[in-house]
Design a protein. Structure first.
Length: 317
């Protein structure tokens, strides 16, 4: 049966008497508190909609909160009303709005300035339409952030944080369990078919990006105890996520052009289509080289050994 912890640490048998060691539940509580505070601070900025960055940060915090709740779920005794699926639903609502922000910035800052004047004029109507689509996406996002189900979920999480309850595993010291806490996110990552995809438009790449992101977030929770090999791998995961994200963004833009008519029709924008294709090929080549390196035997075996040894002989500063 789960027990309520009034102290956030216990005394380890491997430590001198009186020296506290953080438990898995207490550490999860710390991660959850960090993200719920960030969500509270970002809410007003996102709804003000003066800058796209708060939306990006809110999207990241929602994902990090969900990762912490899933990763440490066995350590937590949460109310049944704390629905992790609701967090995912709100995060999805941020997706289209964020994608349109990224698309607008890519067009405005990277692509349009290099186009012939005739194509720039053709894009004026498209940019206005993009603005209208983004306004509609923001309305849906605003509805999600102000919906009573989402607000009640956050309120229940805040209430739980004042009197947190943890399972038996949640009351055990964190460090001896680091391997188990990251294993669901890292165990079969290298077996994902996206690593060997032969087409930059393959759907498996988008799914692999989500898997990489989950593994990265889960490991970043333990970065304090990671050796240099693992810290370097976390950086590689971040770069892989960025490269796959750029491939996805370029694919999204290319699909819009190929499916559109009128001034945004691909045949009327040969320079833009050519530049998009060049960028796709560049990112694709870079991704293939990175994927080969990340999955090569020497690198993979080194990562596996480092993951197995994570936290051994360490103490939290």
């Amino acid at each position: 049966m789960a027990a309520s912890l009034h102290a956030l640490a216990i005394v380890s048998e491997d430590k001198p008497p009186g020296e506290p060691v953080i438990t898995s539940g207490a550490y999860a509580l710390e991660l959850i508190q960090r993200q719920t505070r960030r969500l509270g601070k970002l809410q007003a900025e996102v709804l003000a909609d003066r800058d796209p960055e708060p939306l990006h940060q809110l999207r990241v915090s929602l994902r990090r909160l969900r990762t912490a709740l899933v990763q440490f779920g066995p350590a937590l005794d949460l109310p049944e009303s704390v629905d992790r699926g609701r967090i995912a639903a709100v995060a999805r609502r941020t997706g289209l709005c964020r994608d349109l922000d990224v698309l607008r910035l890519r067009l405005q800052d990277q692509l349009l300035p290099n186009l012939p004047e005739s194509e720039q004029r053709s894009m004026e109507a498209a940019m206005k339409r993009l603005g209208r689509d983004r306004a509609q996406a923001f309305e849906a996002l605003e509805e999600g952030l102000c919906h009573s189900r989402y607000l009640k979920l956050l309120a229940r999480l805040h209430k739980w944080q004042h009197k947190p309850r943890f399972s038996t595993i949640g009351q055990l010291p964190l460090l001896p369990w680091l391997y188990e806490w990251h294993l669901p996110f890292t165990a079969d990552l290298f077996l994902h078919p996206g690593w060997s995809a032969e087409d930059p438009t393959a759907e498996a790449l988008h799914d692999l990006r989500k898997r990489i992101k989950g593994a990265r977030y889960a490991l970043e929770h333990f970065e304090h105890w990671c050796d240099p090999i693992l810290k370097a791998w976390i950086a590689e995961l971040r770069q892989a996520q960025d490269d796959l994200g750029e491939l996805h963004d370029l694919q999204f833009l290319s699909r819009i052009l190929n499916e559109s008519s009128g001034p945004l029709k691909a045949e009327r924008l040969p320079s833009l289509c050519s530049e998009i294709e060049n960028q796709q090929q560049d990112r694709w080549q870079r991704w293939q080289e990175q994927a080969r390196w990340m999955r090569c035997d020497s690198n993979r075996h080194g990562i596996q050994l480092a993951l197995l040894q994570l936290g051994q002989g360490s103490a939290r500063a």
